[in-house]
Design a protein around this ligand. Sequence first.
Ligand SMILES: Cc1cc2nc3c(=O)[nH]c(=O)nc-3n(C[C@H](O)[C@H](O)[C@H](O)COP(=O)(O)OP(=O)(O)OC[C@H]3O[C@@H](n4cnc5c(N)ncnc54)[C@H](O)[C@@H]3O)c2cc1C
Length: 471
Amino acid sequence: MTADGDLAGLTPTKSLGDDGPIVVVGAGPVGSLLALYLARRGHRVELFESRPDLRRTDIAAGRSINLALATRGIVPLRDLGLFETVEPILVPMAGRMVHQPGEEPTLQPYGLGADDVIHSVSRTDLNAILLDAAEATGNVEIRFDLRCRAVDLEAKTLTFTGAADDDAVVTVDYGTLFGCDGANSAVAEALRNDLGGHHRNEPLDHGYKELTIPPASGGGFRIDPNALHIWPRGEFMVIALANPEGDFTVTLFLPMKGSETSFEALTSAEAVETFFDREFPEIVELIPNLADDFFDGPTGELATIGTDRWHRGDEALLVGDAAYAIVPFHGQGMNLGMESVRILDRFVGEHPDDLGLAFTRFTTDRLPDARAIAKMAIDNYVEMRAGVVDPQYLLKRELALELERRFPDKIAARYGMVMFTTMHYAEVVKRHHRQQAILDELVGEATSVDQVDLDRAAALVDRLAPLPAWT
Ligand SMILES: Cc1cc2nc3c(=O)[nH]c(=O)nc-3n(C[C@H](O)[C@H](O)[C@H](O)COP(=O)(O)OP(=O)(O)OC[C@H]3O[C@@H](n4cnc5c(N)ncnc54)[C@H](O)[C@@H]3O)c2cc1C
């Protein structure tokens, strides 16, 4: 067996839908997008979701949780003709607005081009658009309030119950199963027990808390909506992303335990207020009843959770967070999952009579990329909470932008390659390392870009291979 659990070639192959129902477990962004792609190919899909229909229930209890949508998520939306429907709910962000104590905020643009923007989008609203579009095909039946409790990979059956333990049990047969049920996936657990392989579960010792900056009293935004706001404080940070209604989703990232600046220490309103007064006085001005808001919501945990066996022959496949869940600091988890769906659809199209081969090629293609972005996401936490105010980081960033301006076919910042291209993540890492080596050599003892020998830069950059075409 190969590293990715490849059984293709050993078992009879089939076309999708040949041997029973196509079932997708999990109607998050990835499961609903996958159902839509499969429906577009003319397949009938049964989509199961443990939670109530988010289009009819206020799941987040008034809290609007948003995330950053970038090119890897946008390309599949365009592919499906859905981008025009999504566009009105997007808030473009052109860069990081860095808030330092006692200083005016400064904008660090994400790139050189007018299109180098990422978009804040409500997780619920985007998911709702995908569910609507999947249902509108007439090929997708969505069943809410059913949690997958057991997967029998031999009998090819799934057992579901409602939210309560004593709810009626529903048993469902499948021919092909897609596990899109998130980081704590029941399908992944079943595959793991069956296939073995390396299971990675690395909790981060930092967690998060979501808060809300409400709209200004007369309506509108209290701070600039077209930037991703960061209050970097070395070991921890706060970020804020705008919603179209005028509010901002604010996230505090902080060590879970240990020092007095940890979630463990913030157990009383007084401790929370003292902490924010000291570290984030500007935020105290923006969030009325901050301590109430703090204790209203849960403290979230973060982890990298992944496996290297994503499929069981041509019968079952993991996609999205179920296959590889990463920490959120590059704003890529959902983008990675949406891009994976697009690539899976391509392999399914290329191998219409050999689903096992399509799954194998998908896993071989995506696993190195999932590992690469998982690592970059952790690295980006350090960059966001500390790097963005480090003089050496800022000098290299300025030089990198200058080189990108001069040699646009050879140099692209890592951030831009991740967010604004569909280049393989693993390739991004390789190029980034080569570029960093050049920047290190050029910067040497320099303290500003005008001290850098740009003729030498041209010679060094010349050694790099041209940037590949993407999408
Ligand atoms: C704080 C934070 C910020 C983030 N910010 C970003 C960002 O800016 N950009 C970005 O791209 N990503 C971001 N992410 C990551 C992103 O949220 C995930 O990568 C994305 O939601 C994965 O989509 P998914 O559909 O694979 O899984 P999920 O969104 O987890 O959806 C899984 C679905 O399956 C359902 N389900 C689970 N178990 C079962 C079961 N047993 N039976 C039936 N249904 C089940 C769940 O209810 C859910 O609807 C962030 C994550 C966090 C925690």
